[in-house]
Design a protein around this ligand. Structure first.
Ligand code: AMP
Ligand code: MG
Ligand code: MG
Length: 396
């Protein structure tokens, strides 16, 4: 089935399969208990799970799609094997030096990677779908893959396991077009025999799969934001959105899951800390149910190989009424954030994206569940205690 499918469908299908394998690695490292924590920067951690999961994902996808550019978060995770041998990434075009604040993950093709780290399978579930028309002719050189092997590493080390996701974002012609959000510990509170993990994936023009959508409570306005990278500006901007409650959780992937499942209305992060591998996959999964993920100015980001890694425009994401939240951001906050560089116009892509926005109330069997609350790992605060609570208690 894979051989006949369009390239983009094969890339998504292989990414789903390898994300499942990476999630098994993430679970195994935790079970073993030897996390190998390294502090990369202030409040920025890497563990053995980040390193091994990234090796698995990048080595596997590179083997299957050698001409596709791949960028991963952990640029020194190869240990003397996958090292940064040069700026000429064998994964594809070298990013524009001016924009490179982190080096591309480069794999020395001559180095041996342990055989059991390769996952070369495909997801039949993905291949059962037709490729959206506008993506049928996409070529290897037009694709860039953004990998965050473990999103929410801080929470992983603290036992807040619902916050952890493995993200593989796929862009074409600079636009995020498809994404995988794999949640390795989904169901982990359901008892020792529960099957762990779920894979949510989406393609703009096709839809998003692997979750159930609920209708948002109409009489509330719930905003989600960071729990481990908050500061005065983050808090002030959330407050300016006048939420009825705030859900502070880890991970960009996890917060977008809360959005698409109808548990929060908006994800607001007035910070330059998120990177392209944090947002590429979530953006597509969200857009494929009619939502939007932009910077603080409401501008959609570009995910081409030459873009800067940091999202210096901040993050705003919603399932609907995006302009409402863009307008709520105070002007003096907007002034702190860059206007993101946009990808080139692509009318057929834009049409597919807008069609999701028009269809969002009828697709995927939306159900109403008024009493639903965000997952129990969330530290949820009311508007009045938000400003007072900057220490962000951790609930284990
Ligand atoms: P959070 O919402 O704080 O969990 O952040 C979402 C993603 O962005 C995570 O992968 C974080 O590692 C990353 N991130 C956000 N802010 C920062 C920061 N100040 N430094 C490093 N990484 C950050
Ligand atoms: Mg991340
Ligand atoms: Mg990460």
């Amino acid at each position: 089935m894979a051989a006949k499918a369009a390239l983009l469908m094969r890339v998504v299908s292989a990414s789903v399969a390898v994300s499942n394998r990476a999630c098994q690695i993430i679970r195994d490292v935790l079970k073993k208990g030897e996390l190998g924590i390294v502090e990369k920067g202030k409040n920025d951690f890497q563990t053995e799970a980040d390193r091994t999961a990234q090796r698995c994902i990048i080595a596997s996808l590179h083997k299957q799609f050698p001409k596709v550019s791949i960028f991963g978060e952990e640029d020194d995770c190869n240990m003397n094997n996958l090292g940064l041998t040069s700026r000429l990434s064998p994964f594809g075009p070298c990013p524009n030096k001016l924009h490179t604040d982190l080096s591309p993950m480069a794999l020395d093709p001559s180095e041996k990677i342990s055989e059991d780290l390769f996952e070369l399978g495909f997801s039949d579930e993905v291949l059962a779908h037709d490729c959206p028309e506008y993506l049928k002719d996409i070529k290897d050189e037009e694709i860039v893959i953004w990998v965050d092997p473990v999103d929410g590493t801080a929470e992983y080390t603290q036992g807040l396991l619902d916050h952890v996701t493995c993200l593989i974002g796929i862009s074409a012609r600079g636009h995020s077009v498809a994404g995988i959000i794999n949640q390795p510990f989904y169901n982990y509170k359901a008892g020792p025999d529960a099957e762990l993990g779920r894979c949510i994936w989406g393609i703009i023009g096709l839809g998003s799969f692997g979750f159930t959508r609920d209708v948002l409570p109409k009489d509330e306005f719930i905003v989600t934001t960071s729990r481990s990278h908050s500061d005065r500006l983050v808090t002030e901007t959330v407050e300016a959105c006048e939420p009825t409650s705030v859900v502070r959780v880890g991970g960009a992937g996890h917060k977008v899951l809360l959005l698409i499942e109808g548990k929060v209305h908006a994800y607001v992060f007035a910070s330059k800390g998120c990177k392209k591998w944090d947002t590429c996959a979530p953006e597509s999964v969200l857009a494929a149910v009619g939502g939007r993920l932009t910077d603080m100015h409401g501008i959609k980001m570009s995910y081409g190989a030459g873009v800067q890694r940091k999202n210096t425009g901040g993050i705003l994401a919603t399932v609907s009424d995006h302009d409402y939240i863009v307008n709520k951001v105070p002007e003096h906050v907007k002034e702190v954030f860059d206007k993101s560089v946009e990808a080139q116009d692509w009318p057929e892509f834009e049409l597919a994206r807008i069609q999701h926005m028009n269809n969002k109330d009828v697709d995927q069997g939306v159900k109403r569940k008024k009493t639903d609350t965000p997952d129990s790992d969330s530290s949820r605060s009311t508007k009045s205690d938000l400003l007072a609570d900057e220490t962000l208690d951790t609930k284990l």
